[in-house]
Design a protein around this ligand. Structure first.
Ligand SMILES: *[C@@H]1O[C@H](CO)[C@@H](O)[C@H](O)[C@H]1NC(C)=O
Ligand SMILES: *[C@@H]1O[C@H](CO)[C@@H](O)[C@H](O)[C@H]1NC(C)=O
Ligand SMILES: *[C@@H]1O[C@H](CO)[C@@H](O)[C@H](O)[C@H]1NC(C)=O
Length: 305
């Protein structure tokens, strides 16, 4: 006796087998959705060493249409936009651009890199015409930042002073209108000042008032996947990547998403999404956006098919 497969199938079985294989294959490939990428600060849509490379990688391995968002009409403009074009304006431009892309009509998955993460989330919330299936954010700053890139540590005195200075200036009209990073600067020492002055983040997080459209549109997602880089030296605090933040009134202790008012009062529908298992927290060892292809395949491909 051998427990090998009985190879003597009837012709009927063989026909059925190929029929199933064929229809299954057709179904799978027609279900695969295009992918839209939104780059971070200091980056562009298409540098070969960053998103240009990611685009090629996804195109070849997942075999779908991949669109890497470019703001403006040139790489230079795109690069500058990361600092100087207000996120509200960027979101409007991208909403219009993607809405007219015929290849995205049937829906797509979206991946945000660094600040591109919160911009993409704003797009999901504001641009009702798009059909976004899964939203993946890598190293995003969903609750904003309170720190400077590569600031050695929050205990460094110089760094702290510089932070206070930027904090003072971040909420001036000038900075809010002209510097992208000021629009998601989140001062935990004065939450009310942040809420009333932030021209972008406090709005998309429904901290000023509750915009029901935001809740409804975010709810349409199948999954909201947030990736945190455990050794990130750029994003402060680290946990903003998972929608956590400093406890209000100080800048040392951290609270997770579930302890924030946004969640407890369910201002954005995140609690409801969490109850429906739509929120996924993933972590990656390494510094800001330092992932390998293997890590990407193992952890994210299942959300891109
Ligand atoms: C809520 O958001 C939608 C989508 O961006 C916008 O059209 C609407 O004006 C907002 N509502 C308020 C009261 O701001
Ligand atoms: C917060 O900022 C407001 C407006 O600038 C100011 O009136 C208030 O005193 C500040 N509160 C704290 C705790 O610093
Ligand atoms: C992360 O940082 C810790 C402490 O600084 C260090 O021990 C560890 O090797 C780092 N891991 C990676 C993957 O860089």
């Amino acid at each position: 006796m051998c427990n090998c497969i009985n190879m003597q199938h009837t012709r009927f079985e063989v026909v059925i087998f190929y029929f199933i294989a064929l229809t299954t294959k057709v179904q799978v490939s027609s279900e695969k959705l295009p992918i839209v990428l939104w780059h971070g600060m200091g980056d562009t849509c298409c540098f070969p060493f960053s998103l240009g490379g990611v685009t090629k990688f996804l195109e070849s391995e997942i075999n779908v249409y991949v669109k890497s968002i470019e703001i403006g009409n040139s790489i230079t403009e795109d690069f500058k936009s990361g600092y100087l074009i207000h996120p509200n304006q960027q979101v409007n431009m991208v909403c219009e651009d993607l809405s007219t892309d015929a290849q995205l009509k049937g829906g797509f998955n979206a991946i945000g890199f660094s600040q591109g993460s919160q911009f993409l989330r704003a797009l999901v919330q504001r641009c009702s015409t798009l059909r976004i299936h899964n939203l993946i954010t890598l190293g995003g700053q969903h609750q904003g930042v309170f720190g400077l890139p590569n600031c050695p540590s929050i205990s460094s005195r110089t760094c702290e002073r510089f932070r206070l200075l930027l904090n003072y200036a971040a909420y001036t009209d000038l900075m809010q209108n002209f510097l992208v990073q000021a629009t998601y600067w989140h001062d935990p020492l004065n939450e009310s000042k942040y809420r009333t002055s932030s021209t972008f983040l406090a709005d998309i997080n429904n901290e000023q008032f509750i915009n029901k459209t935001y809740v409804k549109n975010l709810q349409k997602l199948n999954k909201f996947v947030m990736v945190q880089f455990n050794n990130d030296s750029i994003v402060q605090p680290l946990q903003t990547q998972w929608f956590g933040y400093y406890k209000p009134g100080q800048d040392k202790e951290i609270q997770g998403l579930k302890e924030t008012n946004i969640y407890i009062e369910d201002r954005l529908g995140l609690k409801k999404m969490d109850d429906q298992n739509k929120i996924v927290f993933l972590e990656c060892e390494g510094n800001h956006l330092q992932f390998t292809k293997e890590w990407f395949r193992e952890n994210l491909f299942s959300y891109l098919k």
